[in-house]
Design a protein around this ligand. Structure first.
Ligand SMILES: NC(=O)c1ccc[n+]([C@@H]2O[C@H](COP(=O)([O-])OP(=O)(O)OC[C@H]3O[C@@H](n4cnc5c(N)ncnc54)[C@H](OP(=O)(O)O)[C@@H]3O)[C@@H](O)[C@H]2O)c1
Length: 274
């Protein structure tokens, strides 16, 4: 990845976000870090200061699910001279729940945070990305999930949001073809971060689901920026199941449908935690 970039990273203080911030820091001239909790943003900015005065860190404490929050990010990005080269839409929330027991407000929060917020933030920041593009191309990277390719029991609202984000990435990539702004989609598999509740972790352990460290996702993001691929899915056998689900969805229906009882047992434990 070429150095000297100006990047906006949402969800910067989370497990994956902090790993991405650390990976981007040596390669960026400016990093705009976004999350709601200012204290955690300030701590992260302090740890990134070790990269020296060549890195300018701007923190924006903003709730991206609100128009005011997105406007605050846009204001900070507009204040940077020369536009932005990289937007990483990484902020997201999980909600491991049995769909019929999931509160309407929780479903709405998942879809607004994981889908509507990155869609609207991208639209607001695109003029600044076009300004950055002449420096060698700019990128929007949307952090989705393997569950954006494989609808999963217990994660119906979450899968819905990530399928939407993948569709958004594909459609916008095609619309911006040849513009100098590329749109890429990164789909991690389960990753060890606070996003996963104890019940989700227990389900993953019972099912033997692979779990990555956030640094694996951060490295994949650098590879995506360098390689220019449209999409990257992490993990094996997850990549195989993504292909199988496209070719023979009824096979995956049966395999995941058989697990629904186990999922429901763990999801009902989660109701106590929420
Ligand atoms: N962990 C996994 O197993 C996994 C697997 C596949 C994909 N992913 C995806 O990876 C991305 C990062 O997840 P993670 O595991 O790092 O989660 P995390 O540790 O829970 O971090 C989430 C980050 O998003 C921020 N955030 C949440 N809601 C926000 C809002 N309304 N406005 C602004 N910032 C908000 C949080 O900070 P504040 O709370 O301070 O706002 C935090 O910085 C997400 O898109 C997630 O869906 C995760």
């Amino acid at each position: 990845m070429r150095g000297g970039r100006q990047a906006v990273l949402t969800g910067a203080t989370g497990g994956i976000g902090a790993a991405i911030a650390a990976a981007l820091a040596p390669r960026c001239a400016t990093l705009v870090l976004v999350a709601r909790d200012r204290g955690r943003l300030d701590s992260l900015a302090a740890t990134l200061a070790q990269h020296g005065p060549a890195l300018r860190v701007v923190v924006v404490a903003a709730d991206l699910s609100t128009a005011t929050g997105r406007a605050a990010v846009a204001g900070a990005a507009r204040a940077l001279p020369g536009g932005i080269d990289l937007l990483v839409n990484n902020a997201g929330i999980g909600d491991f729940a049995w769909f019929e027991a999931e509160a309407e407000a929780d479903i709405e929060r998942v879809i607004v945070t994981n889908l509507l917020a990155p869609v609207l933030l991208t639209r607001t920041l695109l003029p600044l990305m076009h300004r950055g593009a002449p420096r060698g191309g700019s990128s929007v990277i949307n952090v989705g999930s393997i569950l954006g390719d494989i609808g999963n029991p217990g994660n119906v609202a979450y899968s819905t949001s990530k399928y939407g984000l993948r569709g958004f990435s594909e459609a916008l990539r095609r619309e911006l073809h040849g513009s100098g702004v590329q749109v890429q989609y990164l789909a991690p598999r389960a990753t060890r971060t606070p996003l996963n509740s104890a019940a989700q972790d227990a389900l993953n352990a019972e099912l033997g689901t692979g779990n990555d460290n956030p640094q694996v996702v951060a490295q994949a993001l650098l590879d995506l920026v360098d390689g220019g691929r449209a999409e990257m899915h992490l993990g094996w056998p997850e990549r195989f199941f993504v292909r199988l689900n496209r070719l023979l969805p009824s096979v995956v229906d049966r395999a995941l449908g058989r697990r629904a009882t186990v999922v429901r047992r763990h999801a009902s434990m989660n109701e106590g935690e929420r």
